[in-house]
Design a protein around this ligand. Structure first.
Ligand code: AMP
Ligand code: ZN
Length: 113
């Protein structure tokens, strides 16, 4: 499948993982929007959050368990951080493989732009 995050998961695009287990990998965003910007993905292709259902949504728990480890590892818990899921066109989802952004290391505005 011609999906950039699947290629990263299959190691066809060499990317250093920040975290990995049997179902989840995480890596630094190639265009970081903050001093810490990590992408967390399932190894298995799911296009977008709308495609989650009762049979596959447990992967979100796995993604979040990984996120908890990553924010500890990156020492983001003291000052706080942001977790983002972009869903579709209006949110600016560019990569059609479900992913969680973890952003930290600076203050973030709210509401988001
Ligand atoms: P989104 O707009 O939510 O779809 O975010 C996709 C993110 O993936 C963007 O922040 C991109 O900078 C990032 N990205 C795209 N290609 C790569 C890559 N090869 N390695 C790391 N991050 C990437
Ligand atoms: Zn994919």
């Amino acid at each position: 499948m011609d999906c950039i995050f699947c290629k990263i998961a299959r190691n066809e695009i060499k990317t250093e993982y920040v975290y990995e287990d049997s179902e989840v990998i995480a890596f630094n965003d190639i265009k970081p929007q903050a001093p810490a910007h990590i992408i967390v993905i399932p190894r298995k292709h799911i296009e977008k959050p709308d495609d989650l259902n009762k049979d596959n949504s447990r992967i979100m728990q796995k993604l979040y368990n990984a996120a908890l480890k990553i924010v500890e590892l990156k020492k983001l818990t003291t000052d706080g951080y942001r977790v983002v899921l972009n869903c579709g066109k209006n949110a600016g989802q560019e990569v059609a493989h479900i992913h969680m952004h973890i952003l930290g290391g600076r203050k973030f505005a709210w509401p988001p732009g």
